[in-house]
Design a protein around this ligand. Structure first.
Ligand SMILES: [Zn+2]
Length: 228
């Protein structure tokens, strides 16, 4: 079995790398620049996988002809992966990736949103700075904070949602789905080489995306009195 993995070792390593970038996206969800850099890295690494497969197995008997339609169904016919290609070409050849940012200030308990309202946060602004703006604003206009009425159990939170063009879903979800599609593609190759398919579905290290999208600010009271 190990020899099957060995044949496409470099592509599988790139595959692990793209997995690692998915966690970077989660970790940096509220940090605008780090998030964009992690998204760039994910898109680029994921896109390289079929090229690396083609390269590794170009001399493997029967592979190039078998791979052609498999690759086509990933790159041309799969909606999620074709968006990855489009964004990768944009990043590499044209310009920087500009995701769209949507944000809400909210009071939350666990994952339950008790109250929320839209709050404009620029795509280049970190959430910590945005919440500071909100807290400052609420000093002169306390009604918004009163409506949220955060306390020890009901935390003040900034709920953020990033989108990139072409995907309906928020990026953690859409990138996880794109990654799963590549998982299927790699499984087909493993089976062709005489190995086993990879397990389907997300590994357990991928937690509920709300863990990352909802950033709690338990210290908002302290922050409120820090500003003059
Ligand atoms: Zn993981």
């Amino acid at each position: 079995m190990s020899c099957v993995h060995k044949k496409i070792e470099a592509a599988l390593d790139r595959w692990d790398e793209s997995h690692w970038y998915l966690h970077q996206i989660e970790e940096h969800y509220h940090n605008a620049d780090a998030l964009r850099y992690s998204m760039n890295a994910f898109i680029r690494s994921l896109r390289e996988i079929p090229d690396m497969i083609a390269m590794a197995l170009q001399n493997h008997e029967g592979f190039p002809a078998w791979h052609k339609p498999i690759r086509k169904s990933l790159e041309k016919e799969d909606f999620l992966f074709s968006q990855i290609i489009r964004h990768r070409n944009h990043i590499v050849h044209k310009s920087m990736l500009k995701p769209k940012s949507k944000a809400f200030v909210a009071s939350i308990r666990g994952y339950t949103i008790k109250m929320q309202f839209g709050f404009y946060v620029d795509p280049f602004e970190d959430s910590d700075l945005a919440i500071e703006r909100f807290i400052k604003m609420s000093k002169s206009n306390p009604t918004l904070m009163q409506a949220l009425s955060p306390d020890e159990v009901q935390a003040l939170a900034l709920v953020r949602e990033w989108h990139i063009e072409g995907y309906d879903e928020e990026i953690i979800e859409s990138f996880r789905n794109s990654w799963l599609r590549v998982n299927e593609y790699l499984s087909e190759i493993m089976v062709f080489l005489g190995g086993d398919a990879f397990p389907t579905g997300l590994p357990p290290c991928f937690k509920d995306s709300r863990n990352f999208r909802y950033k709690k600010y338990h210290d908002f009271q302290a922050r409120l009195y820090t500003f003059t």
